[in-house]
Design a protein around this ligand. Structure first.
Ligand SMILES: NC(=O)C1=CN([C@@H]2O[C@H](COP(=O)(O)OP(=O)(O)OC[C@H]3O[C@@H](n4cnc5c(N)ncnc54)[C@H](O)[C@@H]3O)[C@@H](O)[C@H]2O)C=CC1
Ligand SMILES: NCC(=O)COP(=O)(O)O
Length: 339
């Protein structure tokens, strides 16, 4: 059990998804799984109804962040945030978008004012939030903007990492259409991303000399410019600069042979040029125990690696492993040396 003083703050996430389910299950299994104390910013009535639907006997208690740590021993602490939420698993409701966003905003504020140690986000339905006017591609980018509001001296450069026991990956471009990847893939973006990955792997994950591999964009990393020029003209010069700075970076290497077990022993983290290039192998190898962690922020944010899973929301079928791993990782990263 983490013995740091402040609890983690968990966001409400999409109410029609499995976020409420895994939060309730995590509280129920907190002792067996040695989970750090947490509270959720959501609607207590909604969480009670979801627990009842799932046949779980869970006391839910409305409280302030300041009381959450002691409440956690006997009840799921819920800090009332946003409008009341109806319990309709699997059914998208436009009316909940405001509460979902307020929960994220206020969770970051809790950390900024010292009431919570780190943010653990539940999955959101990105399309539903876009329809409601949300103009950030996902949490990762939004948290960067919130960080700059609450830590005005910081230039946040949020970097997504999916971290599992067998594979850690970083997508250089994140939530953009595939057709826009080549034009967004600049040397500066690669350098910024790799520098943040190297620095955070060192400072937060305790890897003294992180070994980075950069995947090629094109088949066979472009075959010397004959199958696409980005590998030769953009990625290779970026790798050379990183090496000049003393960062242990290799590439561009053909992506198709990067993820087999022998290859995985030769690096600590792969930087992929687009979302699915690295999230497909990461989720294939470690769907249940990988964590989505945002690097480059002035605070710790983790999340399970999965989405809203509408198809199983409210049924009790959701596996808890990735969320539990996200809670544990947030506890460790935000309380170094506090075990
Ligand atoms: N961090 C976040 O907020 C994320 C949000 N999403 C959002 O989630 C929504 C759905 O995305 P999908 O691509 O369908 O991915 P998904 O992860 O929600 O579901 C994919 C499949 O995996 C299953 N699954 C997911 N988590 C599970 C768990 N814990 N236990 C058992 N089975 C599980 C689902 O039932 C489904 O069959 C989208 O709106 C997307 O924007 C997706 C990924 C991350
Ligand atoms: N597929 C991972 C993902 O989309 C998570 O995005 P974010 O909401 O954490 O930025």
């Amino acid at each position: 059990m983490i013995s740091g003083k402040k609890p983690l703050v968990v966001t409400c996430g999409e109410p029609a998804g499995i976020g409420p389910d895994i939060t309730l299950m995590a509280w129920l299994q907190r002792k067996d799984l040695a989970l750090p104390p947490f509270y959720i910013r959501s609607d207590p009535g909604f969480l009670s109804r979801r627990a009842e639907r799932m046949g779980l006997e869970i006391p839910v208690q409305a409280c302030n962040p300041e009381d959450a740590r002691s409440v956690f021993k006997t009840a799921l602490p819920v800090v009332l945030t946003g409008d009341p939420i109806e319990d309709r698993p699997g059914e998208e409701q436009a009316s909940t978008a405001r509460a979902v966003l307020q929960s994220i905003e206020q969770a970051v504020e809790d950390v900024a004012r010292g009431a919570a140690s780190a943010v653990v986000t539940n999955p959101i339905n990105k399309a539903a939030l876009y329809d409601a006017g949300f103009d950030h591609p996902g949490h990762t980018e939004y948290l960067g903007a919130l960080a700059e509001t609450h830590w005005p001296d910081t230039i946040a450069r949020p970097v997504m990492m999916i971290a599992g026991p067998e594979l850690m990956v970083v997508p250089v471009t994140i939530h953009i259409p595939l057709k826009d990847v080549p034009s967004n893939l600049t040397e500066k973006l690669i350098l910024d991303t790799a520098r943040i990955a190297a620095a955070d792997l060192k400072s937060r994950f305790g890897i003294a000399e992180p070994r980075l591999v950069l995947a090629g964009l094109n088949p066979h990393a472009g075959e010397d410019g004959k199958i696409g020029t980005e590998d030769r003209d953009v990625i290779a010069p970026a790798v050379a600069k990183l090496r000049d700075e003393g960062i242990d970076a290799r590439g561009p290497l053909p992506a198709d042979t990067l993820f087999h077990p022998q290859a995985r022993k030769t690096f600590d983290c792969v930087l992929g040029m687009y979302h699915d290039q690295v999230l497909v192998p990461a989720k294939t190898i470690g769907f249940d125990d990988s964590v989505n962690v945002t690097l480059g922020l002035p605070f710790v944010r983790t999340s399970p690696d999965h989405g809203t899973a509408y198809d199983i929301a409210g049924t009790g079928k959701a596996r808890l492993d990735s969320f539990a791993a996200a809670l544990r990782m947030a506890g460790v990263l935000s309380n170094p040396g506090k075990f």
